[in-house]
Structures are given as C-alpha cells and as structure tokens.
Design a protein around this ligand. Structure first.
Ligand SMILES: Nc1ncnc2c1ncn2[C@@H]1O[C@H](COP(=O)(O)OP(=O)(O)O)[C@@H](O)[C@H]1O
Ligand SMILES: [Mg+2]
Length: 465
C-alpha cells in the first residue's frame, strides 16, 4: 500500500480514531488474517459467522500492526472505528487508486469462464512492461478485490483485476473501487445461472465493466460471442473486438492444435501479422490470449513482440488446464478447479486433441449453480463427450448422473460410461483401468473431483504398468 497516517485512514473511511495517534503511519500491508499482519500493517477486523476478527486484535498488535480497523471498541487498542468494515476497505482501496493516479493502469477482466486464467496471462504480460499487482488465484469479490488493490504501491504500474459477479451491481461496485481504464469481457455463459435467473441478466452484469470505462479507455470484447460483441454499444471507451470471426479487430487465423493440445495461430492486427505458438493447452486459450494481445497492443507492443510474449506465457493458478505426464506414461489434464458447460466443452475438446491416437478418459463431476438448466446442461456435456469420441467416461456422484445418461443417448458412440457414487469409487475405476499411454481429464465444479486429481498427481507408483 502507499503510506497513510491513521488520520488519513479515518478520513478516507469515515471512521473515528480511538486510542490511536493520528500521526502514526500505516507502512505495512492491510490484512484481515491476523497471522499475516506485519510491522506497520493495518488489521481489518471482520465479524464473521465463525470467528470475530476483533478477538485476534492482540495478535495483530503483537505482530506490529499500526492499528486495528473494526466496529467494536477494544479498550487499549489503537483503532479506526467504522460502521461497515467492507465499505471501509472499499473506500481505502479507492483512495489508494486515486493517489496513485495516472501512473497506474487498472485492467479489469470479467466473463463466465476464464477470468482467472486470463488475469494470470495478462499479469504475465504486463509484468514484462512494469511492476504489476494481480490477485493470487480467484480473489474477485467484494473482499478479495479491494484486498488486492491495497497491495498496489507507488512503484506499481499495472493493476490486473478479476471481476466476479454473483448478481447485478457487483461489477459496478468493483469498478467504483478501482476504476479500470481497460476492460476485457471474455464470454457470457450459464455459470451462476441459478443465482442470476437468466442469461440476459448475466450479460447485463458483465456489461457493467464496459459501462464503467472512461472515454479514453479501451473495451476488449470477444467478437465470437454475440452477447459480448453487443456490449460495444454500452461503452464510451474505444472498442477492439477479438476472435476468429472475420470482422474481429484483432484476429486469430489458421488455428491448429499440436499433439499436446497447444494452439498455434496467426495473429492478425491492422498493423501486421505474426505467428503465435502457445505453451498453453486447449483451443479456448486462443480467445484468452487474443484478449491479452489486445491489451498488450494498447500498451504499445507490436504483433511480433506480442507473439513472443504470448509464447512465453504458462498456466499459473492450479487445477486449470494443468497438463502433466506421470512416470507410468499416463497423461493427466487437471482442469478440476471449477466447471460449467462451456469450460467442460473446452476441456473435452482439449482432451481429444491431446488424445489423438491414445485412449481418452474423462472423469466428470457435478456442474454447480446451473439453476433450471441443470439437467439439460449435464446431459449436453455427456452427449458432447460421446460425440467427440471420448473412450471412457467416469461420472462422479448421483447429482452428475445426467452426464452419464446424455452420453448413453449417443447411439453411435463406441465408448462406455460408468456412474460411480463418489470420488473414491472413481479412483478405484482408474486404478483398475488406467494403462500407459492413456490421457485422463478431470473436471467438475470445485471440490467434486479434486480428490481424483490429487490421486492422479500423487499415485503414479501404485498404478500397474
Ligand atoms: N475462454 C474460456 N472458455 C471456456 N472455458 C475456459 C476459458 N478459459 C478458461 N476456461 C476453463 O474454465 C475453467 C475455469 O477457469 P478460470 O480461469 O478459473 O475461470 P473463472 O475465473 O472465470 O472461474 C477452467 O477449467 C478453465 O480451463
Ligand atoms: Mg476465477
């Protein structure tokens, strides 16, 4: 963070100082886990359901905290007392962004799938150009977002933020906390459909990002997703569309996948073209990296420089298209972090690309939060796996059973699906059936297939050769 006095913290957050010297400076980080607080830091005490941060104030002070920001008066503790710590955190983050001014470029990424992946790739690119702050993993909500923003300091040139939404107004709020100059919208799918009620509502929520961009800013929109391309009408910013569509401002042509499922394409920009070869797995990385290229171009990179930068990008956050070879000759695609129908489709396509000439196995778990699309969404994924010719399907858990049924309906399919009760049973199937040369995809919402992926990672020695 940039250094602020406690008086300034109180001023910015509308809080009152108790037991605190207004001239004391916050020189360390802002934390809400007392164990992470360091000398000169600010400890934010939230009263959560399970624990009350105020109870850990003493530990934070012992670790050197300059003060505690919280709601409840703690005698003898230097405090900034506020009514709402969430609002205070947001206000503090906004103050930091404002003070850093035009030296800081804020880039926001949203979409139904690929936010974390693309945020990581973007941060990999901007880090080549200047000091970059980006969240670890998926810190994209009203807590993780301002927390990340508060890590920016005077040296920071780029702030790359993932903007998540579980409802209308969420992204608008995050854009007030840290107003982006560049906004990327990847896609609109059915992720969290259960919470939103309709795809139109999801699209409207994502469009809050482009609506928040200033006239001098840039909106990067997916030309291949009509709902995203339509957002061009909702921004004052300049628009660049990216995709494989002929009309896209920045295009990929001649897309191919190599035997490891890694895309290559020609990057076509108005000022020239360059061949791109990615070190990332799956055709969906074409769109993600085109978005990254559009941002890099805005920051002054030529097509050739973009091609070089894109080639060096690698996956960062775990359980997302993480491809590894086991000593026993089995190749694993661990894409188990999370799943929705679109990302399941991307993963299945990567599986068959990687599995050319090899036996392909897909371990698929429940896709959460699909609302009324739940049954159809699962059936579609199963049907697609069969249509793509996946050899073996292991469907994990009764709630995911429509995947099993959807696959079974594909009459011409030569593969086989099995529905198992839980992850342990899925592991038992793999233990029995895996052979050297097999390619296994693991995919499901959140924890539903994590044990299977971890077993594949750790158990190479126990699988029969
Ligand atoms: N453009 C994309 N389209 C579809 N699926 C994608 C895309 N980019 C990434 N994915 C897949 O979606 C899943 C979630 O990726 P992640 O980057 O964590 O997205 P998010 O942060 O939006 O949840 C992963 O399985 C990932 O491989
Ligand atoms: Mg994420």
């Amino acid at each position: 963070m940039i250094e602020l006095t406690l008086a300034e913290v109180a001023d910015v957050t509308g809080g009152t100082l108790t037991g605190a010297d207004p001239a004391v400076r916050v020189t360390g980080g802002v934390e809400f886990d007392s164990r992470k607080v360091g000398p000169g830091g600010l400890f934010v005490a939230f009263a959560g359901e399970r624990a009350d941060g105020h109870d850990f104030a003493a530990g934070a002070l012992a670790a050197g905290a300059a003060a505690v920001l919280g709601t409840r008066l703690l005698p003898g503790v230097p405090m900034v007392r506020v009514a709402d710590p969430h609002a205070a955190l947001a206000a503090l983050a906004r103050a930091v962004v404002d003070r850093l001014g035009s030296g800081l470029t804020v880039i926001g990424v949203t979409g139904s799938s690929g936010k974390t992946t693309t945020k990581d790739l973007l941060a990999g690119l901007t880090a080549r150009l200047g000091p970059t702050v980006a969240p670890a993993g998926s810190l994209n909500n009203e807590l993780g977002h301002p927390y990340t923003v508060l890590r920016a300091g005077p040296a920071t040139r780029f702030l790359v933020l993932e903007l998540g939404a579980r409802g209308s107004g969420h992204i608008r709020h995050l854009c007030r906390v840290a107003p982006p100059r560049i906004g990327v919208v990847l896609n609109v799918g059915v992720a969290h459909l259960g919470g939103f009620g309709s795809v139109a509502a999801i699209a409207a929520a994502k469009a809050e990002l482009v609506a928040a961009l200033p006239a001098g800013g840039l909106a990067v929109l997916n030309a291949d997703d009509p709902r995203v391309a339509a957002m061009a009408a909702q921004t004052r910013a300049r628009v660049v569309t990216v995709g494989e569509s002929p009309g896209a401002g920045l295009r990929a042509t001649g897309v191919t996948l190599d035997r490891r499922g890694r895309p290559a394409y020609t990057l076509v920009a108005p000022e020239g073209s360059a061949p791109v070869r990615l070190g990332l797995t799956g055709a969906h990385q074409v769109g993600n990296t085109l978005a990254v290229a559009a941002v890099g171009r805005e920051l002054g990179l030529t097509p050739a420089a973009l091609a070089t930068a894109l080639a060096e990008l690698r996956p960062v956050s775990p359980r997302r298209m993480d491809v590894f070879d086991r000593p026993d000759g089995v190749t694993v695609i661990d894409d188990s972090y999370n799943a929705n129908p679109a990302s399941a489709e991307a993963a299945l396509r990567a599986l068959v690309a990687l599995g050319t000439g090899r036996r392909t196995v897909a371990v698929l778990g429940y896709l959460a939060e699909l609302g009324e699309y739940e049954r159809a969404g699962h059936e579609r994924v199963g049907g697609l796996a069969a249509a793509l010719g996946v050899d073996r399907l292991v469907v994990v858990g009764e709630p995911a059973s429509p995947i099993h049924r959807g696959a079974g309906r594909q009459r011409q399919w030569k593969g086989e699906s099995v529905l198992v009760a839980d992850q342990a049973a899925a592991v038992a199937v793999l233990r029995r059936e895996l052979r050297p040369g097999d390619v296994v995809l693991v995919k499901g919402s959140r924890y539903r297939t994590w044990d299977v992926a971890d077993w594949l990672r750790e158990s190479a020695a126990v699988v029969r050769a």
